[in-house]
Design a protein around this ligand. Structure first.
Ligand code: RIB
Length: 295
């Protein structure tokens, strides 16, 4: 099955800091790296570690040529990535000494999606799989048209925004989200409340919720499975969720088995947090297989 990802491509300006800056505070960083990123680009990279049929649609500025080249080198088809006059999207990322991060986004060229280009590309992927995040414009239109073209839709509803909360998400086949995002969507505080509310809001959908160091949980109206996380030394959590998402989706589509997909997503993200950076930290399949054998 082909996998189309309509998603962001960002230049990540990643600062190493002692602690995440507090309101009103000025702090020194201990390092700055310009890295490839964007939830879209990261997830395409992870998808393509497993699948040979990953296509990315997105927009970059002249400053973002290296983002497209990175995807090309990493087994992703980039025929639907176009350069526009707007500058590329970017992210200001702080990574503290414990590996935690905070991120500010500038959407730039990621908001250059137009309805005609969306229609043209979706038509070519009728009946295939679509992966989405919330870092592009016209997301609601994409979802509506994707369903008309019979695509199976995975949504990683990140970041949560007011417009996302107002969108009709009932056509999403599979949500992949973290605990904070699930709390924001449901207004629930505990796991039981979140599960119940999500299944009431979207009874036809499937859910994979990541819980950081507490692992992950899958649920739909009939099944529920949990997977513990591996205890590893964390250097940088940036892109770990994207790594999980990409590996999970590719394995799920390949094997049609949720538990196997959760195992791969968990192992891949455990490796990713041990390396600095977002897309650069996404492990290759052979390393994930090795890691799994050693557990
Ligand atoms: O999920 C991590 C990503 O979020 C970063 O690469 C950054 O670009 C933002 O999109």
């Amino acid at each position: 099955m082909k996998i189309l990802n309509m998603g962001s491509l960002n230049i990540d300006l990643t600062y190493s800091v002692h602690h995440i800056v507090r309101p009103g505070e000025t702090i020194e960083s201990t390092g700055l790296k310009t890295l490839v990123g964007g939830k879209g680009l990261n997830q395409s990279t992870a998808l393509a570690r497993v699948s040979n049929e990953v296509y990315h649609m997105g927009f970059i500025g002249e400053d973002g040529r290296f983002l497209k080249e990175f995807l090309n080198k990493n087994n992703v088809n980039t025929d639907y990535i176009a350069a526009v006059s707007e500058r590329s999207g970017n992210a200001i990322i702080q990574v503290d000494e414990t590996g935690e991060n905070s991120i500010i986004l500038f959407h730039g060229a990621n908001f250059e999606f137009d309805k005609k280009s969306i229609d043209d590309v979706l038509e070519k992927f009728r009946g295939e799989a679509l992966v989405l995040q919330n870092e592009i414009n016209h997301l609601d239109y994409v979802i509506e048209k994707a369903k008309e073209n019979d695509l199976f839709i995975f949504l990683n509803p990140s970041p949560i925004t007011d417009s996302l909360l107002e969108m009709d998400l009932s056509k999403i086949d599979f949500f992949i989200l973290n605990e904070t995002e699930a709390k924001d969507i449901t207004n629930s505080k505990d796991l039981a409340g979140i599960q119940k509310k999500l299944l009431t809001m979207f009874p036809e959908s499937r859910f994979l919720m990541t819980k950081g160091k507490k692992g992950s949980i899958y649920f739909d109206s009939e099944n529920c499975f949990e997977k513990e996380a591996y205890a590893v030394k964390t250097v940088d959590t940036t892109g770990a969720g994207d790594t999980f998402t990409g590996y999970f989706i590719s394995k799920y589509l390949e094997e049609k088995d949720v538990k196997t997909a959760m195992e791969y997503g968990t192992a891949a993200s455990a490796l990713s947090v041990q390396t600095f950076g977002a897309a650069e930290s996404i492990p290759h399949l052979s390393d994930v297989e090795d890691f799994r054998r050693k557990q």
